[in-house]
Design a protein around this ligand. Sequence first.
Ligand SMILES: *Cc1c(COP(=O)(O)O)cnc(C)c1O
Length: 418
Amino acid sequence: MPRINDHFLKLKAGYLFPEISRRVAAFAKQNPEAKIIRLGIGDVTEPLAPAVIAAMHKAVDDLAARETFRGYGPEQGYDFLREKVAQFDFQARGCDIHPDEVFISDGSKCDTANFLDILAPGTPASGGNTIAVLDPVYPVYVDTNVMIGNTGPATPAGEFDGLVYLPATAENNFTPDLPKQRVDIVYLCYPNNPTGSVATRDTLKKWVDYARANDTLILFDAAYEAFITDPDIPHSIYEIPGARDVAIEFRSFSKTAGFTGVRCGLTVVPKTLTGRAADGSRVELHKLWLRRQTTKFNGASYVVQRGAEAIYSPQGRDQVRQTIDFYMHNARLIHWTLTDLGLTVHGGENAPYVWLKTPDSSPGSWDFFDKLLREAHIVGTPGSGFGAAGEGYFRISAFNSRPNVQEAMHRLRHKLKL
Ligand SMILES: *Cc1c(COP(=O)(O)O)cnc(C)c1O
């Protein structure tokens, strides 16, 4: 009989999105006439940019002729895309990042999970790394560490033994302070999912200085960098001097260019970044990640990478920007309406998520979820699903059509009994 990976059994049973689906399905069954608007899951709604569509069509034609056909591509991605990324996403912002430090993939969710392959497994007590996460947190960072055996069991509060949780609260403006103790690895996500908070240059500099002083690896998730509107907020951790020696950065075309279904992302692993081997020697993480990817991954598809390349053309940049502006206008509508209703609202200014303090009339995250569904037929995401510090908060996503957002805001004003 095959033995299973028992670490999976530590995962919490009622995972957030299945539980939301269950409650929505039950409500829809009892109220078949209700027109439910989903402002819950963070998926895009608008079609791809015309420049992307044209590039992908052309790439398909390339595959139709012997002279231009492509089979397996480089596991790390095609140079045409790595060069554009290095130039436009990094060098244009003064970041010293080279094309051969950019690894193209089929999305950053899998990259954040796969990166654990090249780091020591186990709990801190068994020789593994001490790992810190923000709380509330993108659940993938936590669950992938649980699956691989880097944590103990879940506590009654739903946290996992062995992880260091850094609470993001209204008091710290949803940008947690540095850990009191030394940690080996920290996951940072800015602009943040779910709170919509951003890290200033000062905040990021504190993290980079901490990482350099403590030999800490920063795993920086910049999936939402394109939504930053404030010109003083850094888009990349590499805008901070010295970050090359301590940080990797995950990027995704999912939210930037509507690629959630197309699938393309990337991870930057600078060649100056090292980790410690059991014998105490320093090893380049770039070498290990290259080895990992060339063994376990065969590259993102040629057609998709041509599509991603097109967002760096003048037309592509313009079209992608328009769609992001469209979502950010939705975010402003949501922010205004909720503020007008007297609620306490965070986020939504440099990120497509509004983070709402639940009202006194229904303070629990799930209570408010049920109330919003019952009274306004709107689906959002309970903050507690992202971690203990998310209790008492609620996430509303700006990814939707304008008519749906307008209708949802109308219902908030006229149906929700606060
Ligand atoms: C959406 C999202 C991603 C992107 O994941 P993909 O696999 O590239 O679609 C990464 N990080 C966070 C925090 C996200 O919300």
